[in-house]
Design a protein around this ligand. Sequence first.
Ligand code: BES
Ligand code: MN
Ligand code: ZN
Length: 497
Amino acid sequence: MKFSIKNGNPEQQRSACVIVGVFEKRRLSDAAQRLDEAAGGLLSKVLRCGDMDGKPGQTLLLHSVPDIAAERVLLVGCGHERELADSRFRTLVQKAAAMLNETGATEAASYLAELSVKGRSPQWKLRQVVETTAQALYRFEQFKTKPETTYRPLRRMTLMVTDRQALPEGKQALAEGMAIAAGKHLACDLGNSPANLCTPTYLARQAAALAKQFSTISHKVLKEKDMEKTGMGALLSVTRGSRQPAKFIILEYKGAQKSNRPVVLVGKGVTFDSGGISIKPSAAMDEMKYDMCGAASVLGVFRALGELRLPLNVVGLVPATENLPDGDASKPGDIVTSLSGQTIEILNTDAEGRLILCDALTYAERYRPEVIIDIATLTGACIIALGHQASAVLGNHPPLVHDLLKAGQESGDRAWELPLWDEYQEQLKSNFADMANIGGRPAGTITAACFLSRFAEKQHWAHLDIAGTAWQSGDKKNATGRPVALLTQYLLDKAAQ
Ligand code: BES
Ligand code: MN
Ligand code: ZN
């Protein structure tokens, strides 16, 4: 999908389709008004016929509108003008893209970013149109021998601004939107890829490909032998049951001077989570191929960074492994020593995410990070707490948590804070080791974060649990690319400081 930006009048666009908004009740947006005037009142007439009254998400495609340069006009219902806010705006942009994709128009000129959205700038709207349109057209069809793509899919979109002076800032917004969309695209492809293809080795190759594509990015991969030498006993305990070798992937983005302390992103890369000896029930177990979506989001952010060239230093750490049962797999009751030296009693082999992350958090210290953010599909309990709308955020440094929440709000990739009070730590007590790897049923997302906090005590650290947001289940099964937008926004904000 290609995007460009231009200023000009709707009636003069030589395009396959002009997209304009219509408010409830049958009130034309500015761009629609101009088309109506040029076409001698045709739009008003059609609306009076009752085909559309502007309810949010309605669409109506008109062909051969007289005295208009475009071949088609797509009217998009926007609801009441004063009520137009973030979520509704995204929905109608998405509806317009889906609708156009089904028509013969392979290209369009959109005036939707000209609508006023409560409290949002023109740049914000442009970026959202790019990201939402790209996401609406995303398909994962690599493994279909006969692709189900539409006959003539939408390939190019021109974002229209009526004010020429808005062009420079608009171009920047477009570049940001496209970089984030590319990052989300990569994260979605990796997430959707089946676990027999997307192994730890495959993730390591993807990191190598990023390093090859962008001169600002370098990479390194630790093998199991290296992990042994380093002392990553917790990570290694998870991979025992797997025949695929584990990989510890390191990405470095250098956009600032060496003295600039980096942001370290740590992504959970369990390429398949069967639960191990504490095996999961078989219903929907296929979805555990998505258990590397934290890792995918880190790779996605690096993809965006490569394109955005932000003046920051960022390190990405991805412990990558499978979690499978085997005669040699870790067993409930096993005790392992983490890289930090702390011992862990593995009471449930299905709580493997924290075991690989804890060693990565300790490893992160050697970069003298300004902050560490880990991203993980860590707990089913997170879906019970927050559903599929918000990622959970927990951390030991309130300003960092605040910045992440703000970035979520701004990008539309939202997060919500859960408490990390000391009292919850008690649930991790073990009779035989320094701690257990599970804290019982109550507050499962919080006790998982408590476990991680013990490996980040000296650091400014936050944890994003994306179990409910990284993918959609059921017949809409698909990766979402979250939280690439949130994290990229966080880095954009940081670069602007
Ligand atoms: N990857 C899962 C968490 C998960 C489950 C994410 C379902 C999304 C949907 C994680 O490794 C896991 O199994 N967690 C356990 C922890 C428990 C054993 C303390 C869980 O949530 O049940
Ligand atoms: Mn698990
Ligand atoms: Zn897992």
